[in-house]
Design a protein around this ligand. Structure first.
Ligand code: KIV
Ligand code: ZN
Length: 525
């Protein structure tokens, strides 16, 4: 067969943004945020969503359970170590799912066996077999991972994979837990596993690569060359330490070089930009400007030579089209005379499906913005939609904010703010401080009765021109927890105030939910 006649088959995408990704410092998400991401991942077309590690905390358990209940088109998976309480928690959490999976793992490398588990080869083997059996009591879709497989003796890896297959695991995952392998090495390992071990034809072999040496995507693609038919990856490449294989990169590499790999995924690439932006907004971690596929410069052609080539024929310097990942070429879009239908249409082109309620609320903000700005760009619209999706609402809202600042030694920067609460009360406060942001945050603390500490803040423009929309990301902490908040406005200080109030509102909503729950329990007794 020639390469064009070769049949294309699909590699499964196992998304671990909400588990391996979420467990990395600075990337934590609350239950509502995880559910929004899970919806977006399902729309993106991933095959499996690893929704969390159910035993890790009651919050994690609830998030996995909620996702399992709400997302019906995608397999929902929970991670579990090879012990009965982990598997029990995972099994309970995924029970509501239409399609569910339990992912059990145990370390197999000599280093992990000796220093972490203090278990012999036989003990690890026995535990793996027992745990797969236990997980099968909850679902017939069980995945087994040999943690640190890459640094495991090949003969022992063969024995444990064969035992896992015989015990009923349907997917065998071979993680490069510490990001140590190389493309040639991993192709060879997968070739060996998929051809030499008993029962290999009954299961799917999966690759899970970390990016410590910057090779996660290359190694995952090389594993596919060796016979892997599932890739574990995360949006924007988030994950432990240097992260996981980046979903958008591996999916676009397979699609763009289908002539070479002969494998594709079911990813709807037009949603890639949207999902990447959503994750960056939720976690407050923007992707690097030059990042492959989703960085701001990924499709920008700055130099004269490149622009000249592009004008003559886009293919001179472009191997993918921006439209392929959901970026629209005609960037300048709506104005103050545009209606709801135009806004919905534009949102859809950018990959967002809005409910009628969401559309209404984004439309109100859009009209205000269109009055403030001469031109409304796609990035402005994205910021409004993400703000609507992420910010939630109330109980506090900013009615007015005025700040004075400057370099006059005789005056300190001062902020005066009026807030309204959903219970109808109005509060006004004025405060001076060493800087305008500091003054704003002090007033917000005073008016709402919170005492949050600012850890970091970052404000940047999301679109072009001097009247560009600003997006502020803020990290604050209480004595017990740290939070990320986000706010947008054409005014940077107002965006920062909104980001801060976003956190305060979230804390208050959390408290209210906990109070309602207790009240419900008390009234049942
Ligand atoms: O990197 C790793 O080994 C993991 C396993 C739990 C699959 O994340
Ligand atoms: Zn991992």
């Amino acid at each position: 067969m020639t390469s064009t006649e070769t049949e294309i088959s699909h590699v499964k995408i196992f998304d671990t943004t909400l588990r391996d990704g979420e467990q990395a410092p600075g990337f934590s998400m609350d239950g509502g945020q995880k559910l929004r991401m899970a919806r977006a991942l399902s729309d993106l077309g991933v095959d499996i969503i690893e929704a969390g590690f159910a035993i890790a905390s009651p919050g994690d358990f609830e998030a996995v359970q909620t996702i399992a209940r709400e997302i019906t088109d995608t397999t929902i998976c929970s991670l579990a170590r090879c012990n009965s309480s982990d598997i029990h928690a995972a099994g309970d959490a995924i029970t509501p799912a239409k399609k569910s999976r339990i992912h059990v793992f145990i370390a197999t490398s000599p280093l992990h066996r000796e220093y972490k588990l203090k278990m012999s080869k036989d003990e690890v083997l026995e535990r793996a077999i027992k745990s797969i059996g236990h997980a099968l009591e909850y679902t017939d879709d069980v995945e087994f991972s040999a943690e640190d497989a890459i640094r495991t003796e090949r003969d022992y890896l063969k024995i444990i994979c064969e035992a896992a297959i015989a015990a009923g695991a349907r997917t065998i995952n071979i993680p490069d837990t510490v990001g140590y392998t190389t493309p040639e090495e991993i192709t060879d390992l997968f070739r060996f596993l998929t051809t030499e071990i008993a029962g290999a034809n009954k299961v799917i072999f999966s690759t899970h690569c970390h990016d410590d040496l910057g090779l996660a995507v290359a190694n995952s693609l090389a594993a596919v060359r060796g016979g892997a038919r599932q890739i574990e990856c995360a949006v924007n490449g988030i994950g432990e330490r240097a992260g996981n294989c980046a979903l958008e990169e591996v999916a676009m590499a397979l699609r763009t070089r289908i002539d070479f790999f002969h494998h594709d995924t079911r990813i709807n690439s037009k949603k890639i930009n949207m999902v990447s932006k959503m994750l960056a907004s939720i976690t407050g971690n923007a992707v690097a400007r030059n990042k492959a596929i989703v960085g701001q410069n990924a499709f920008a052609h700055e130099s004269g030579i490149h622009q000249h080539g592009m004008l003559a024929n886009r293919e001179t310097y472009e191997i993918m089209k921006p439209e392929d990942i959901g970026l629209e070429p005609d960037n300048l879009v709506l104005g103050k005379h545009s209606g709801r239908a135009a806004l919905r249409h534009r949102a859809e082109k950018l990959g967002f499906t809005l409910s009628d309620n969401q559309l209404q609320s984004v439309f109100v903000d859009f009209k205000t913005l269109a009055d403030e700005k001469r031109e409304v760009f796609d990035a402005d619209i994205e910021a409004l939609i993400l703000g609507e999706a992420i910010g939630g609402s109330g109980p506090w809202e900013i009615d007015s904010l005025y700040v004075s600042a400057g370099s006059d030694d005789s005056k300190s920067p001062e902020a005066s703010i009026q807030l309204s609460h959903e219970d109808g009360s109005i509060k006004v406060g004025v405060q001076s401080a060493s800087g305008p942001v500091n003054a704003v945050l002090l007033v917000l603390n005073n008016l709402t009765g919170h005492d949050l500490k600012l850890d970091s803040f970052n404000a940047r423009s999301v679109s072009e021109g001097e009247d560009a929309m600003a997006e502020a990301d803020i990290r604050v902490s209480t004595k017990f927890e740290s939070y990320h908040g986000r706010g947008t406005s054409t005014d940077t200080i107002l965006a920062t105030a909104r980001a801060y109030l976003d956190v305060i509102n979230r804390i208050e909503r959390q408290k209210k939910r906990a109070g309602d729950e207790q009240h419900k329990i008390a009234s049942q007794h």
